[in-house]
Write a protein that binds this ligand. Sequence first.
Ligand SMILES: [Cu+2]
Length: 170
Amino acid sequence: MFSKTRRQLSNTLAAALLTISGVALATDFKVGELKIDQPYAHPTGPGMKNGAAYLQSISNQGKVADQLISASSPLAGRVELHRMEMQGDIMRMRELSAIDVPAGRSVAMGRGTPDGYHLMLMDLKQPLKEGERFPLKLRFKNAGETEVTVVVQQPKAAGHGAHSDKGHKH
Ligand SMILES: [Cu+2]
């Protein structure tokens, strides 16, 4: 009798876990052989004309190298592909014509990642507010076009982000 109760309990737990993973899946997107994990953007203050969006990772599960070649969103006048670079003590952003996604590899975006890749949302039509979602269209050279949903959320890391460690001297 006891074991039956346990079994029922574990079934209930399994159902609950399925529901949770179902929600988590909503932030993963697939196009061709590419898997795109957790697109997110940071909230912008009033008067800020530009914002930044990130794809936590793009994984190429195929055997052919691909490239992210452009992006667009109804919220922004245009979207640029950027990379952060240290020039001496100064952090600068550089526009890229494409972001490489090599075959069998995963590319990470965001602050503190080695390449500092991000998607710059230029000429925002409205501020990005925490908790909101907006569509972002991505165009890949091989995999083609897809639309992902970006979640606006506060940066998880405290302070100004990983790069400020190098830039600030007090
Ligand atoms: Cu930028």
